[in-house]
Ligand binder design. Structure first.
Ligand SMILES: *[C@@H]1O[C@H](CO)[C@@H](O)[C@H](O)[C@H]1NC(C)=O
Ligand SMILES: *[C@@H]1O[C@H](CO)[C@@H](O)[C@H](O)[C@H]1NC(C)=O
Ligand SMILES: *[C@@H]1O[C@H](CO)[C@@H](O)[C@H](O)[C@H]1NC(C)=O
Ligand SMILES: *[C@@H]1O[C@H](CO)[C@@H](O)[C@H](O)[C@H]1NC(C)=O
Length: 421
């Protein structure tokens, strides 16, 4: 099962005797910014709020595609879906198909770090060669919870008292197979690893912990029921809307982010890799990737460190933009082919979006899976949303005459793409 991925990356960096800082990289699958620290007053998220009170909080952080596999491959290599040619899950492993690109954990491993993956970090399976990209990215084999085996098992008590395979499933963990849930196993393993590393204090570590929830199926400890999901009558959001692509992003740097500092300029998850390199100074800053795919170490994002410094000096942060994309098999929603999750061979249309501080501009254009290129002359649909008056993106104003010039400028920026942004 795969859904969209929304991510919360939390970093905890600790300097022991000038040793390279340790990194804790936490990924939460499908978590959107429905958190109190993101302004959602209904949300009860005390632990994340506590962390956010001493973190850099990015209010407008975007995944490059609202689907697990492409998004994870993208932020872990700092390259975009169009570079990796990855738009669907279970399709390809970038090292075999496009290039032997260095990943974020691999770069730290090659620079003296012990790197370890717990839970869902790389998209498991074919996209990471059935090894979570071990041994390239990780010092030891990745940890997967044993109870992952029961993801789709009949363990939810239905109204009739019988066990069923429900999508929403509050449970008592002790009564589950092996008496636990996958995320609890991952959590225990992370705690074990951190205690162990703190005791032996040898190499610095890069620990990535990927939690599955709130990704479907929603099997969770019963004490967390009482809240609601499914706004707009939807769970999955395989789209380019902010609700599908905007993710919570918190970066905690001890000694630096002593208070909550809020950034509202659009940033992208491809920015994580160069940002971590700059924050830890593990190597020279990453170069921006060239036009061809010959470089194995480079970034298609930008370090967020210059923005962090500007903010600390009370200087203005220059306007920035974020790009996202989503493929479709045809013009209308269909079950066959599945228009939410088309197979690679079925893709005929790509939706490209540009998010500026104020606007979201989207164009749905013809796309060739032979050349991996859009044809901007064949446009199927256009959307423009003004976030000042329409933060939920309900009112498409692309045909307003008064906005013609703005639309034209946004279109030009979208076609030129990230290299010129
Ligand atoms: C890919 O890169 C890794 C590490 O940088 C190297 O060990 C490996 O030999 C490379 N593989 C190929 C096919 O070039
Ligand atoms: C992927 O895994 C296969 C089977 O273990 C292995 O032969 C192959 O070399 C791996 N691919 C890369 C690029 O390392
Ligand atoms: C790829 O780009 C790099 C950097 O611009 C350049 O040095 C190299 O010659 C290019 N390779 C090809 C095959 O075009
Ligand atoms: C749009 O641009 C044209 C040409 O640059 C200019 O003449 C016109 O006044 C602009 N329209 C608006 C509404 O700003």
């Amino acid at each position: 099962m795969s859904g969209i991925i929304l991510i919360l990356a939390l970093l905890f960096i600790k300097t022991i005797n000038c040793k390279s800082p340790n990194i804790l990289f936490i990924i939460v699958d499908d978590l959107r910014p429905s958190l109190k620290c993101y302004g959602d007053q209904e949300a009860y998220t005390p632990n994340i709020d506590k962390l956010s009170s001493t973190s850099f909080l990015f209010k407008n952080a975007y995944a490059q595609q609202a689907l697990c596999g492409p998004s994870r491959s993208s932020f872990l290599t700092s390259r975009r879906p169009d570079t990796l040619n990855v738009y669907v899950n279970e399709y390809s492993y970038w090292r075999s198909t496009v290039g032997n690109f260095t990943t974020l954990p691999q770069h730290f491993k090659q620079n003296g770090y012990h790197t370890y993956s717990i839970g869902k970090v790389f998209h498991p399976g074919k996209m990471s060669n059935f090894t979570d990209d071990y041994p390239y990215s990780w010092s030891t084999e990745a940890f997967h919870p044993k109870t992952d085996a029961y993801t789709n098992a009949k363990v939810c008590i239905g109204k009739d008292g019988k066990l069923a395979k429900n999508l929403i499933c509050p449970v008592i963990p002790e009564y589950q197979p092996d008496g636990t849930l996958p995320d609890l196993e991952s959590l225990n393993e992370a705690v074990r690893f951190l205690k162990y590393k703190n005791e032996i204090a040898d190499k610095p570590y890069f620990l990535a912990v990927g939690f599955h929830k709130p990704h479907i199926p929603l099997k969770f400890p019963i004490q967390y029921i009482g809240w609601s999901i499914g706004e707009h009558g939807e769970f999955a959001k395989y789209s380019n809307f902010d609700i599908a692509t905007k993710v919570p992003l918190l970066i905690h740097v001890p000694g630096f982010s002593e208070n909550e500092v809020i950034f509202s300029n659009p940033v992208e998850l491809v920015d994580l890799f160069p940002t971590l390199v700059d924050l830890t100074q593990v190597s020279e800053p990453l170069k921006r990737c060239a036009f061809n795919k010959s470089e194995i170490l480079c970034t298609e994002g930008r370090s967020l460190v210059p923005s962090i410094f500007k903010k600390s000096l009370n200087k203005n942060i220059p306007p920035s933009v974020a790009f996202t994309q989503y493929p479709r098999p045809g013009l209308r929603p269909t079950l066959q082919p599945n228009s939410d999750q088309p197979k690679f061979q079925e893709i005929t249309i790509m939706g490209y979006s540009l998010r500026t501080n104020r606007y979201k501009y989207t164009e749905w254009v013809k796309f060739s899976i032979k050349t991996f290129k859009p044809n901007w002359d064949v446009v199927y649909g256009r959307e423009l949303y003004d976030h000042v008056i329409d933060p939920d993106e309900n009112n498409n104003i692309v045909d307003r005459d008064v906005l013609k010039n703005i639309t034209k400028a946004l279109r030009k920026k979208l076609i030129l793409g990230w290299r010129y942004s």
